[in-house]
Design a protein around this ligand. Structure first.
Ligand code: NAD
Length: 276
């Protein structure tokens, strides 16, 4: 495995296993700089969303990077108050314009809005049929949401992007996704930094001369989970990507497995406050 290694999605599309998350990058220059640093270092996937308000910067940074558009995997998401069939199609057009691109690699339902998430996914399937997106997906979907989608869909979502880190390992959901050939991407793969002082993780890092962040990110990869860690700090953007020159042993993986406490740093999809 290396920084640009991919996972083959159920439709044959290759998705980088590693990318840059850009949530809360709101400063224009800082966002451009961070994406530029990441692409120069070899990152080939960017995870944004209409909510993040930085699709314009994502498009601009990619165009100015000199890396061909076709070599970069771009994910964006439809926000909650834009969901529904026609609404999603319209929201996608807005995202595409902001990105200033003619296609997106992966388009996700951001959260499963109870009244509309099924129709939203139907619109995402249409965008796929029209070749405006290369892969379909969802985010923050529990098994019961996925079951509803699978009952009606022409094709299963290729990706489910959910909160996963050592304190929220999401075993049951991952098994469900594996059974349905749905790739799992971890959001907040570092638990927003909240798992990095964990003594077990720090100790494993000491054993192998790696930082806690590198241990956690490597653990995700060895679990076949795709990752999109966020940082605006150049040294951390590099540090987070330097996880391809070592492997956690089975004993270290087993120690990591004991850390689950079903603790969320974000919201539970079943209790999300949908304020419209
Ligand atoms: P994360 O787990 O990636 O943590 C990011 C934070 O950890 C940084 O702000 C920084 O403070 C710290 N950090 C990063 N690298 C570090 C290092 N090497 N050493 C020490 N600290 C470090 O959390 P995130 O930003 O919430 O998640 C990553 C991405 O996932 C987001 O940018 C976004 O693209 C996506 N996301 C999606 C959803 C969703 O609902 N689909 C929700 C949250 C995030």
């Amino acid at each position: 495995m290396h920084l640009q290694s991919t996972k083959t999605l159920s439709n044959g599309v290759e998705m980088p296993r590693f990318g840059l998350g850009v949530y809360k990058m709101t400063d224009h220059e800082e966002t451009l700089q961070s994406i530029d640093t990441a692409l120069k270092f070899g990152y080939r996937a960017i995870d944004t969303a209409s909510l993040y308000g930085n699709e314009v910067e994502v498009g601009e940074a990619i165009r100015h990077s000199g890396v061909p558009r076709s070599n970069i995997f771009v994910t964006t998401k439809v926000w909650n108050n834009d969901q529904g069939y026609d609404e999603t199609l319209r929201a996608f057009e807005v995202s595409l314009k902001k990105l200033n691109m003619d296609y997106v690699d992966l388009y996700l339902t951001h959260w499963a809005v109870p009244e509309t998430f099924e129709e939203t996914y139907r619109a995402i399937e249409r965008l796929y049929d029209e070749k405006l997106i290369r892969a379909t997906g969802v985010s923050n979907h529990h098994e019961h949401h996925l079951e509803k989608i699978l009952a009606k869909a022409n094709m299963a979502p290729m990706v489910n992007q959910v909160e996963v880190h050592p304190y929220l390992q999401q075993q049951a959901l991952s098994t469900f996704c594996l059974e349905h050939q749905i790739a799992v991407t971890a959001w907040s793969p570092l638990g927003r930094g909240g798992v990095l002082d964990d003594p077990t993780i720090v100790e494993i890092g000491r054993e192998i001369g790696k930082t806690a962040a590198q241990v956690v990110l490597r653990w995700h990869l060895q679990n076949d989970t795709l990752i999109i860690p966020k940082s605006v700090t150049p040294s951390r953007i590099e540090e987070n990507a330097q996880i391809f020159d070592f492997e956690l042993t089975q004993v270290q993986m087993e120690k990591m497995a004991t850390l689950n406490r079903n603790q969320r740093f974000g919201q539970d999809p079943d209790h999300f406050k949908f304020d419209f």
